[in-house]
Design a binder for this molecule. Structure first.
Ligand SMILES: [Zn+2]
Length: 153
């Protein structure tokens, strides 16, 4: 017998693997050897800012009420992409784009001012997640950001 919780969990796993299947192949490759672990909390234990972390071969993802599982999973994958695929030039390119666009993005989303007050890497991860998630929060939708993500190597 499957209970409701098991049903939800397998449904989430299915959604997450469907989303991963849509990522560029070399981003999918980065996930080889990693296991996803989902925790029930809104944020991670003892940490009210981070929605996930990567430790050894585990990608641990929390369940913040305002983001979907797939969004938070994509956010953590983006950290791997940033860490493993970004050259210094690419980091500079993103950080310049971030600096040139963040002000107007905050003006467009005054209610999301606090969410947008993060460093360039965190905002990159949000922009990456928003590019591939099914129902991305408008806070991180910005044509230039999504273009940058889509044309990543
Ligand atoms: Zn992060």
């Amino acid at each position: 017998m499957t209970n409701f919780k098991t049903f939800i969990e397998s449904k989430e796993k299915e959604d997450v693997s469907k989303i991963i299947a849509k990522l560029p192949k070399n981003h999918q490759k980065l996930l080889n050897g990693y296991k996803f672990k989902y925790t029930g909390g809104n944020t991670l234990h003892g940490d009210n800012e981070h929605i996930g972390y990567i430790h050894k071969d585990n990608i641990v993802v929390a369940a913040p009420w305002h983001y979907s599982r797939s969004f938070t999973t994509l956010h953590e994958i983006a950290h791997l992409v940033y860490e493993k695929l970004f050259t210094e030039e690419l980091k500079k390119e993103w950080s310049d784009l971030f600096k040139n666009t963040i002000k107007s993005q905050i003006e467009k989303n005054p209610n999301s001012k606090d969410s947008l007050k993060q460093n360039a890497e965190e905002i990159f991860c949000m922009a990456y997640a928003a590019t591939y998630a099914k129902h991305p929060p408008s806070t991180y939708l910005n044509e230039k950001w999504q273009d940058f993500v889509k044309y990543l190597p």
